[in-house]
Structures are given as structure tokens and as C-alpha cells.
Design a protein around this ligand. Sequence first.
Ligand code: SF4
Ligand code: SF4
Length: 388
Amino acid sequence: MRKNVIDDKKVVRYESFGGIVGLNNPPTLVFVDREFMKEMGYESSELWQQQRNYLSAPTEVHFNITNACPMSCRHCTSDSGSRSSGDLSNEDIKKAIDVLSEMKVFHIAFGGGELFERTDAIDIAEYASSKGIVPNATTNGYYITTPLAEKCKVFGQINISIDGIGSKYGVIRGVDSFEYADRAAKLLVEAGVNTGINCMVTNANFDDLEEVVAYAADIGMKEVLFLRLKPSGRAKAIYDKYKLTQEQNKLFYRSLMRMARKYKINLQVDCSFIPHICYHNPPEKVMKLLGIEGCEGGNVLLGVRHDGLINACSHYPSYYENIHKLPHMWNEHEHFKQFRERHITDETCIKCNYFKLCRGGCPLFSEFITGDFNAPDPECPIIRQRQL
Ligand code: SF4
Ligand code: SF4
């Protein structure tokens, strides 16, 4: 393992605990200690003199390069739709990528809106790649054709938004475009692009999640990423109607495990699902398999809006300074500190076995439902059980 890491490294970044190594194949990140860094030939860094509880820069940036989208789904968390005049120019996006490259960001997940509304989306991805950053993307698939699918090989991975198969595709989004998503999925897989699905989980598709996994496995996709419906963007208006019931909150983990055993495909959940997983006391190995790390906003993650403003998590409703101020803002801005130093005082949470990792779940739900960023996630099955 040590030899593989040393031979295969692409980008290496110092951190207070040692460093992070970006590997080529598979494109993954390895967190290593100071001794390991020295073994790879990296001398001491001033970061090694510091005690800090956050990374020197995000590892992954969610960069919405346009707010335009041909679909205008009702569960869109970025409120995208009609063509926006505030999108960054190609030149400004490249300058933003330069900032991220100087900070040694490893991955950029490009999205929108629909990123292929921009005819320069491939050019932007190629630029990121030339700067040593792995470009990934999320698309609704609407514009994918055979020639575009070929060009998409520049992306490390593309995930297509699909919440249901066939006629169930539009149940939550209110737009019936399965034929485009299906065509895109098959064209991308055929072109050899690592392809996955982003599936929003709601009470309306909860019983049909297996169909989505079976579809992905059947056509040769690599991954299904389950996203929690967030009270953000247009989805705020439908949150109450489509949020999971307490019964579904509790059942989600079992359903995931059953699908993971049945299908040979990578199943992941987004960071906001952590309380739903912790409720079942899973072993550390399972947490790793599902990619569960707790709230990553303002540490692992950074959100960039289509107009260049940034925040700690792309689902958070407020955005702050322009991305060019990121190097200063990352260490100094109260918004990032608020995410990193979330002040949970709730006794149930503090005594929970998973508190160190979960830290009260997703603050978006706390703020939206209770008005208090520091309250525990009210949809956590443990917290909800207490309230019943
Ligand atoms: S606020 Fe934190 S837990 Fe919630 S979605 Fe954003 S990064 Fe994930
Ligand atoms: S009780 Fe708190 S720490 Fe435990 S799982 Fe729920 S939100 Fe997370």
C-alpha cells in the first residue's frame, strides 16, 4: 500500500496532521501522517507546527457554472431554470479554477442548473484537468449526444439525476424526462465514462429505490448516490410534503444494506444522511463503505454559486464573498467557523455514541425546522423518537 501511494501520487498537499495524497488510479484521496510524508520526500511544513481542526483547503468543490436548466424541476435545491444573466464568464471560471489549483483542491464537481447549457463545459473541465484537478459532473442528461458523451471522458465521473425509472421519473420533480436521462446514461456508459446516479430520496419514491439501483447495475453504471431531500432552493416549498416519514427514516439503512448485498454496485449516501445511519449503530467499516463522514461543509466541501459567490455547503441558503477571496476567507470568515465549530448542547446528542462523528447531523435541517443552526437535526430518528 505504501509503495502504491508513493508511486501513484498525482497531487500532494500538506495538512497539520501530515498530508493528503491524490492518487491517479483509482482517483482517490489518502490521508497520511507526517512520517509518511517524509518517506515520500516531503520536508517539514509550517502547518506541522499548528494544531487545527480543519483542512488547509477544501478537497472537493461543488461549482455551479450556470443557473440555467431546461427542466425547472420542483425539487431543485439551487432554484435553477430560466437562463440567468449572472453566470461567470469562461475567463472568470478559469481564474476561479486557478485559485482552487493554487490551494491544491483535488476535485471539482461541476453542476448547475444544467452544466451542458454552457457550450464551454468541456473546455472548463479540460482546463481544471490541466491544472491537476479531477473534474466530475452532475447532469440531467438532456443535452448528451454520442459526440458529447465521447468528450465527457475528461470527467472523472458523471452522475445523472434519476429519482425513479420510467413513468416514476417525474413523480417528485414534476417533469417527465426519463427518456433523456436514460439515453444519456446509456451513451455515457457506452463511451466508457464512469457514470453514476444521483437519486433524491423522498416519501414518494422510497418504495421504488431498488428499481433505481437495479437499473444502474443493469446498464453498467458504477454508483448510486442517495441524496436527502433538502429544504433548500425550490425544494423548500415541497419539503414538508415529500420528506421521509419517521418509519422511512428508520428503515432507510436496512433498505440500503439489503440493496448493497443484492447488487454489485457502489451505493453511497450524502453527508446529511448520517443520523439515519448512526441510528442503527453500524460498525466503522460500513460507515466507510457508504462514504459517511458527518457534516463536511467548510472543511472537505466548498460551494461556489454560478455568480462566483462561495459558502461552506452548496445547499446552504446564503452565499458570501467572491471565490477570489477564498484563501483569506477560508481561515478567517465566521461562516466557515460556524460550520466547523457547531455548538451542540443537546444532551441526547452529546451522549450519543456517534456524536464525535455526527456532531448533531445536518445543520440545514436544524436551521430550517427549528431556526437554530446549533440544534440537533430534528429528523434524526433518535431525536425524533424523543419528541414523539
Ligand atoms: S450542511 Fe453539512 S451535512 Fe448538510 S448537506 Fe451540507 S455539508 Fe452535508
Ligand atoms: S443523536 Fe445527535 S449525534 Fe446522535 S445520530 Fe442523532 S443527530 Fe447524530
